[in-house]
Design a protein around this ligand. Structure first.
Ligand SMILES: [Zn+2]
Length: 267
């Protein structure tokens, strides 16, 4: 199949994970996804120079660009927010209620400050776990609990769910819509289309320079497709390994999902 440029109807959703201040070491296993503060500001300067308008997911159209952050790290409030406000941009922040207030993560007052500053606060699930491995009962219960908990704290509607690790399947997508979400965000490194219920996002990495981002936003075939090839070669086998470990740990390899189990954690 020939490599294709994104169509005129598509737009990029740029996915960030964390911003590391000088001397700060990102959490183990996440270094490849964290940008330095100066790199983050260079990315915003690049976005300012290109013609697409930064929009929320709810308002995104073919001429848009969406900025997203996953995981709810404290750096969202400390470094992402001030630079976004300076640039006049808004962004989507996908958080896990079960980890809010824990070391390294935002607190609920910080989450509310983001919302009051015009940012969208969305769901990354109740906990940062592979939702494709949850039982039917746990899956729906945790999707609903995450949505309602965030809405309770922000007093704003939560409309989107981003799958932790980017792991998703038809069942998860169906149940998320059933839980009241309007869309499910993935990490499949493709450009999105308006009004999709499954929304691909393009992950930004520690090695993604401002020049790389500019090439990507220009629709460069290489810049658009290299991340897709990397996803196919690395992420999909990684997902298979992750699921195998989960099935081994639960001792239910290949079996149907178990019955309901209580959700642990704060209300
Ligand atoms: Zn995540």
């Amino acid at each position: 199949m020939a490599l294709m440029r994104p169509s005129a109807h598509q737009f990029p959703v740029l996915l960030y994970h964390g911003i590391a201040a000088p001397g700060v070491v990102p959490p183990a296993g996440e270094r490849k996804f964290w940008l330095s503060v100066s790199q983050w500001r260079q990315h915003l300067a690049t976005i300012l120079r290109q013609p697409r308008r930064v929009a929320s997911l709810a308002a995104a159209a073919s001429h848009s660009l969406v900025i997203a952050f996953d995981d709810g790290h404290a750096s969202d409030y400390e470094y992402a927010l001030p630079a976004l406000l300076e640039a006049g941009f808004s962004a989507e922040f996908f958080i896990n209620p079960s980890t809010i207030g824990q070391p390294g993560n935002m607190t609920w007052p910080q989450v509310r400050a983001l919302a009051q500053a015009g940012m969208s606060i969305e769901s990354h699930g109740w906990a940062h776990e592979d939702h494709t491995c949850l039982s039917d009962f746990d899956l729906l219960a945790r999707l609903i609990r995450a949505k309602f908990t965030i809405e309770h704290h922000t007093q704003r509607e939560v409309a989107y769910f981003a799958a932790p690790y980017g792991f998703t399947d038809r069942r998860l997508e169906r149940e998320a819509l059933r839980a009241g979400y309007k869309g499910v965000c993935t990490s499949s490194n493709r450009w999105a289309r308006p009004n999709q219920s499954v929304i691909p996002r393009v992950a930004m990495h520690a090695h993604t320079t401002a020049a790389d981002l500019a090439a990507l936003l220009s629709g460069s075939v290489r810049a658009v497709h290299v991340p897709v090839l990397r996803h196919c070669l690395v992420s999909i086998p990684g997902h298979a390994w992750f699921r195998l470990q989960a099935l081994r740990a639960s001792g239910k390899r290949g079996e149907t999902t178990p019955g309901p189990t209580p959700i642990k954690g704060a209300a």
